[in-house]
Design a protein around this ligand. Structure first.
Ligand code: TRP
Ligand code: ZN
Length: 468
């Protein structure tokens, strides 16, 4: 073979590579896990090809500089033969990746960390990935939440993490989509006198001299957007709920007394929701209050809801608690199912109002919500929102009214049976809107496709149905 022919062959080869192989890799070659899970709103979030079972997130945090030195270990199972796979990670510097104890090559493009395996793994293999990385976590600008960045955040008194929807990738590599839930261990080392609160149960607090290491275990399946680590000086206030459920709240020391009062109804709320739906799903619960006046809201981090200091009100306390059943135990299949989170949590907070203030107060509230919906231009399908309107208040309010309309149509007995059946079937797993419609149709004995079409997939606000 002459050298000219070799060159030509090389060019042909490169050309084939460029148009044949590369796009196939990007779209999901059979040996490459895809770079997304096909979410209609977040096509790049999550990854195909493996199922994460457990994350161990080991962080040493410098509270002066916000610099983290980190190792995240992911135990997963391959779902297909793999020669490479992706994790979602934004910013930070990756120094080493190990796969099943061997050094692996990796590449970074955008928010994808692509790990290349030395040897192809067959389906159903154990995959242990150790990612070593460091840096100052940068806030993630999320197209679904425009008013504030999500993820790891430093504030005056320390650090908090509010990730919904995509912010988990600001501080650890993961399969960043609610469809792949996993258990978590957190090991966080920080200088005294700071303390650390994370999801799950505090297993150990080790004294290393100038620093301490806090170890938390969250054993139940959890979506990445609900993972949280919070560091500040805080006090832990403990209580016990029904059936011995440990409740621990974390408050800024100077506000502990007032906040203990404000969160005192938690145990009763848990009991009330349990009577409607079923046992509290996790090993522990509690609230963490962040002493940051700019944090206007609250987020239902699993087992540890977090509240801005100005967002502590019964309405929010009841709302975030309800998410532990709806959103956290039963999680979305895609982000477009968000009304299954926000509509349910809003309605359950209204049910708490009914329980504590009576049916007149409840009806007044629901009617106010309906009237406010009537004043909004009907330009949103709450069952199919565009990403920019993911957390639009209409999803909360009309979502709650969708449930109320179902209750008015079928009466309390059938309505709560629908919710219980839906919850029992999808707890610790994922459900779509179609799954809910199917359960509601089965339990009510009616095809409810048209009912839900009107409430979720038509812009016009339906009439209030006649009471059964
Ligand atoms: N899920 C939250 C709620 O219960 C709303 C929310 C989403 C949020 N992302 C957030 C709040 C980030 C604060 C920060 O309504
Ligand atoms: Zn909510």
């Amino acid at each position: 073979m002459t050298s000219d022919r070799r060159n030509l062959n090389l060019i042909v080869l490169l050309f084939t590579f460029a148009i044949g192989v590369l796009p196939a890799v990007a779209q999901s070659n059979e040996l490459y896990g895809s770079s997304g899970l096909g979410d209609p709103l977040y096509p790049e979030l999550g990854n195909g090809g493996y199922d994460a079972q457990h994350y161990t997130i080991d962080l040493t945090v410098d509270m002066e500089t916000n610099f983290i030195t980190a190792t995240t270990t992911i135990e997963a199972i391959t779902l297909q033969p793999l020669s490479a796979f992706n994790l979602d990670l934004a910013g930070l510097e990756v120094t080493d990746v190990l796969v099943n104890d061997s050094v692996a090559d990796f590449q970074r493009t955008g928010n994808e960390l692509t790990v290349i395996l030395a040897e192809e793994l067959p389906t159903d293999s154990a995959l242990t990935v150790v990612v070593q990385y460091n840096g100052v976590p940068a806030p993630v600008q999320d197209p679904g939440l425009l008013y504030r960045p999500v993820g790891w955040a430093m504030y005056e008194s320390g650090i908090f993490v509010l990730s919904e929807p995509s912010g988990a990738m600001s501080w650890f590599p993961s399969n960043n989509h609610p469809l792949d839930k996993a258990a978590y261990t957190f090991r966080v080392t920080v200088a005294k006198p700071y303390s650390v609160a994370a999801n799950g149960i505090l297993m150990d607090q080790q004294d290393n001299g100038d620093t301490q290491t806090f170890i938390y275990e969250a054993r139940d399946p959890m979506a990445s957007y609900l993972a949280t680590v919070n560091i500040s000086e805080m006090v832990m206030v403990v209580d016990t709920g029904a059936n011995g459920l440990p409740i621990r709240n974390f408050f800024p020391p100077n506000e502990a007394e007032r906040l203990t009062e404000a969160f005192a109804p938690t145990a009763d709320m848990i009991e009330f929701y349990e009577s409607l739906i079923g046992p509290f799903p996790f090993e522990t619960y509690g609230a963490l209050v962040v002493n940051d006046g700019t944090l206007g809201g609250a987020l239902e981090n699993q087992t540890l809801s977090i509240f801005g200091i100005n967002a502590v009100a019964d309405e929010f306390v009841a709302h975030e608690l309800a998410h532990q059943w709806f959103g956290n135990s039963v999680s979305m299949v895609t982000w477009q199912d968000i009304w299954l989170n926000e509509g349910f949590a809003t309605y359950f907070a209204a049910l708490w109002r009914e329980h504590t203030q009576g049916s007149a107060a409840f009806e007044t509230y629901m009617n106010e919500v309906y009237r406010s919906l009537q004043t909004i231009p009907p330009d949103l399908l709450i069952g199919q929102p565009p990403v920019a309107r993911l957390l639009d208040l209409q999803i909360y309010f009309r979502g709650a009214w969708t449930l109320h309309a179902l209750r008015l149509t079928f009466g309390d007995e059938v309505f709560f049976e629908i919710l219980r059946a839906y919850y029992a079937r999808f707890q610790y797993a994922n459900a779509s809107t179609a799954d809910f419609v199917e359960v509601a149709s089965t339990i009510s004995g009616q095809d409810l496709a048209e009912f839900f079409q009107a409430w979720l997939y038509n812009p016009e606000l339906p009439e209030i149905p006649a009471t059964n």
